[in-house]
Write a protein that binds this ligand. Structure first.
Ligand SMILES: Cc1cc2nc3c(=O)[nH]c(=O)nc-3n(C[C@H](O)[C@H](O)[C@H](O)COP(=O)(O)O)c2cc1C
Length: 314
């Protein structure tokens, strides 16, 4: 038997749907047994999020300081041949329930020396989160063999509106004829089955200890070089303001709330002014930085890469 453990958490159900789609071809195999572990916070995070609670969560997200999750329901003494971690990004970091798991003794036990595939469903800013994920996996002695990223439908200027509208109000529909529905498109979710088919073909390799990647050529990730510096800038600002906010008290405390009001105004101004200007500026200087950027993109897209030569073949 080939045993797969899927660790997942989802507020709207979107990420669970992605994980189910990827795992479907594997679950259809007689020799594969799939174990689903839903990671549940002891105190559930709200969905949709109240406005201030949403922003007040960013310091803990950025500093990887989660609230506890409920005990796991799977048998943690079992040995798994492959681990899939399906996670969403919260403020450029893996979401808090996933971090809580990765910091637990169970994670050490389950993940050490195991091949891990990360499966990300987010708006479109996941680079820093995956850096943190990589570091945590390395710390646990796990081997990241593949990474798949599905992003919200529509151009970034549209998802900058549709994703927050969705998580803050629960409204997912498209509107005004120019904004698409929020979240990842149904088509993307269904076609994520190709990753499960590719993993099915790779089962003997995985079992023999091969460390991947197994999902190359399938368009698993795509990094836009124009957005790398912008995301780093926002992350730096999260770190600085996050430190200040955490020094003011726990989430929800009145002093912290006052500073948060300033920060939200600052952040929206930053995103509406500095980020687009930066994207234009970097597009202008890109011809002179092609090789450096190319190398950065290659590292960020590792291990699975953005090439598509196997699309339509499996
Ligand atoms: C608190 C919070 C912060 C988020 N921050 C980001 C982010 O930094 N980058 C991003 O691409 N998406 C971000 N998102 C969108 C999520 O990654 C995800 O797409 C959405 O919450 C749906 O996930 P679900 O499966 O849990 O419903 C954020 C969502 C929430 C609730």
């Amino acid at each position: 038997m080939f045993r797969i453990l899927v660790l997942h958490y989802s507020q709207s159900g979107q990420l669970d749907k992605i994980a189910r789609s990827v795992l479907a071809p594997l679950e259809a195999q007689n020799e594969v047994e799939v174990f689903w572990q839903n990671l549940q916070p002891e105190q559930a995070y709200p969905f949709p999020w109240p406005f201030w609670q949403f922003f007040d969560t960013f310091p803990e997200c950025v500093y990887l300081d989660p609230s506890p999750i409920k005990p796991l329901t799977i048998d943690t003494d079992k040995e798994f041949d492959l681990i899939i971690i399906a996670y969403q990004v919260w403020f450029l970091s893996p979401s808090l329930p996933i971090v809580a798991f990765l910091q637990s003794a169970d994670a050490k036990k389950l993940l050490a020396n195991k091949p891990v595939v990360t499966l990300i469903g987010c708006r479109n800013m996941w680079l820093s989160a995956q850096d943190k994920m990589r570091a945590m996996l390395t710390g646990l002695g796990a081997h990241l063999v593949d990474n798949v990223v599905l992003q919200d439908q529509g151009p970034p200027w549209a998802t900058f509106i549709t994703t927050p509208r969705w998580v803050l109000t629960g409204k997912k529909n498209g509107f005004w004829g120019i904004f698409p529905p929020a979240g990842i498109s149904e088509h993307e979710i269904i076609s994520a089955k190709r990753f499960g088919r590719a993993l099915t073909l790779a089962l003997p390799l995985i079992q023999s200890g091969h460390l991947g990647p197994f999902l190359t050529g399938l368009g698993a990730v795509k990094v836009n070089p124009g957005y790398i510096a912008g995301e780093r800038l926002v992350h730096r600002s999260f770190k600085m303001w996050g430190r200040l906010l955490r020094s003011m008290g726990l989430a929800g405390s009145p002093g912290r709330r006052a500073v948060l009001v300033f920060y939200v105004i600052f952040l929206v101004t930053l995103i509406l002014t500095v980020l687009p200007l930066g994207i234009v500026f970097r597009a202008l200087i890109r011809p002179f930085m092609r090789s450096k950027l190319g190398e950065q993109v290659r590292q960020l897209e590792a291990p699975s890469g953005s090439s598509t030569e196997r699309l339509g073949t499996i």
